[in-house]
Design a protein around this ligand. Structure first.
Ligand SMILES: Cc1cc2nc3c(=O)[nH]c(=O)nc-3n(C[C@H](O)[C@H](O)[C@H](O)COP(=O)(O)OP(=O)(O)OC[C@H]3O[C@@H](n4cnc5c(N)ncnc54)[C@H](O)[C@@H]3O)c2cc1C
Length: 448
């Protein structure tokens, strides 16, 4: 069966749903169709930690992310905060003077990019704790807490070995699922349609998009396609002969039942920012070496982190620590690491000694995850590429949930010919045609 659409969005993750919402609700395009064989947000977008921050180390990302957070706050206000956007912040913690000094320098740099002021404590103004729910009236910028006394005064569950912490304030988390459902409802009221199928081909003639064909046999005539296929974005772009510079890293997370109540329920996202060694016993070290788990015996990477999950009465915590470094072609089921819950608890114990109660007997835990599909410098691809009418919203890496609203706003401006923001060129695929830009890339930035 053949039909027509003004825009076909390939993929109903947070990227595709946000793009469809912007085109339909903000720009009034009535005939937008999302195609996905899976239920909305069910591949990667519901496996996320669902956190956001405006705190990024370069100007385009601060610009794009700040816009995204403006839009998230606007949608929260419009929907009666149906997706529980909070602003508890990210707390970066260190027990190493030298590292903390570097973190403070980096914070000054990020502040100069427009991410908000830095305030020192002790200092002229008192530290203001974050409200546990909502975001109105919460501070912006970052609070730098210097010395164990200052940090423990506000976060008593942290290790006395702490030397300082940086509390990034325009940051927190929300329910991506709820946001996605709300955006879909809003879009459907204005004509947005969801087709359960897979895009198997894209018709191009005279250098312009003409149609998409579906694995189920149908075809949709269209002149505009948005590739929002997440880990499969490269495969969809290949249908129009574009080779995307994307790769995918495995990232998993664990949900624990903190039945001993180790952590305050109103905690922010808390991130140990130093490398560390896990304190395995001699017997455990021997057993791990025998199992070929040398990856757990040496220096472990930075950024072991957690946040509370659920409302006031919930005992759940989410824990994450990316120590696998596994880059691979996305495939499911995900590769398993049966030791992950134990390793993350041990890593968290360095930062929160109270987690030691779980050393002998792990709390009940559930592991899931997905892929960070990303570019070499960890900036997304947003905008036109290849044949006329083909557009990318891909490479959303570990920040897709927080950037989707801003990236959709940017993408919809490209599609509708609306005036573009200053950061738009920084996210085009064609940036890689610039040899000077390529030479300036130092590797991924802002990875958590
Ligand atoms: C463990 C983990 C923690 C994370 N934490 C955070 C966080 O705290 N904050 C944050 O902002 N981000 C986080 N992320 C990243 C975030 O989840 C992703 O960037 C985001 O979900 C990507 O969304 P997407 O819509 O691009 O992809 P997906 O959600 O994967 O959606 C892509 C969709 O495209 C569909 N599709 C693919 N091919 C086709 C085709 N040919 N035809 C039709 N449909 C197709 C798929 O079925 C899928 O539904 C995390 C990710 C992981 C794995």
């Amino acid at each position: 069966m053949s039909r027509r659409a003004d825009v076909v969005v390939v993929g109903a993750g947070i990227a595709g749903v946000s793009a469809a919402y912007e085109l339909t609700v903000t720009h009034g395009i009535r005939n937008v169709v999302i195609v996905d064989p899976r239920p909305p947000l069910s591949l990667t977008s519901d496996k996320s930690t669902e956190c956001y921050r405006n705190w990024w180390p370069n100007l385009p990302m601060v610009g794009l992310m700040s816009r995204s957070i403006d839009l998230l706050e606007r949608m929260a206000a419009e929907s009666g905060n149906r997706f529980a956007l909070n602003r508890r912040g990210y707390l970066f913690v260190s027990g190493d003077e030298e590292n903390f000094h570097r973190m403070v320098e980096d914070a000054h740099h990020t502040s100069t990019l427009g991410a908000g002021p830095v305030r020192f404590h002790p200092g002229p103004s008192p530290y203001r704790p974050s409200p546990p729910e909502g975001f109105i009236g919460a501070p912006e910028g970052a609070d730098i807490l210097v010395g164990a006394d200052e940090v423990l005064d506000h976060f008593p569950y942290l290790t006395p070995e702490v030397v300082g912490a940086i509390h990034v304030r325009r940051a927190g988390w929300f329910s991506a699922q709820q946001l996605g459902a709300w955006m879909l409802d809003q879009g459907k009221e204005r004509g947005l349609e969801f087709v359960v199928d897979e895009v198997a081909g894209i018709g191009v003639s005279a250098g312009a998009i003409r149609s998409v064909s579906l694995a189920g046999g149908g075809e949709i005539a269209t002149e505009v396609v948005i590739d929002a296929a997440g880990p499969m974005a490269g495969r969809v772009a290949a249908l129009v002969d574009i080779d995307l510079p994307l790769f995918s890293e495995l990232h998993i997370k664990v949900a624990y039942r903190d039945h001993m109540g180790v952590v305050a329920r109103d905690a922010p996202m808390v991130i140990w920012s130093d490398t560390q060694h896990l304190d395995w016993s001699i017997e455990e070290r021997e057993a791990l070496a025998e199992q070929g788990r040398d990856d757990l015996l040496g220096e472990m990477p930075i950024f072991c982190h957690f946040r509370p999950e659920g409302g006031e009465g919930s005992p759940y915590l989410l824990g994450l620590w990316e120590y696998h470094g596994l880059v691979q072609e996305p495939s499911w089921p995900l590769p398993e690491d049966p030791l992950y819950p134990e390793v993350v608890v041990r890593g968290l114990t360095t930062m929160v000694p109270g987690f030691d109660v779980y050393r002998e007997r792990l709390p009940h835990s559930v592991v899931d995850g997905g892929y960070y599909t990303k570019t070499m410098e960890n900036r997304p691809l947003v905008g036109p590429a290849g044949p006329t009418g083909f557009n990318l919203m891909a490479g959303l890496s570990g920040f897709g949930v927080m950037v989707a609203a801003g990236a959709a706003d940017l993408l919809a401006k490209h599609v509708t010919g609306t005036e573009l923001p200053s950061y738009s060129d920084a996210f085009l695929l064609e940036r890689y045609d610039d040899a000077d830009y390529l030479a300036s890339i130092q590797g991924p930035t802002g990875q958590l």
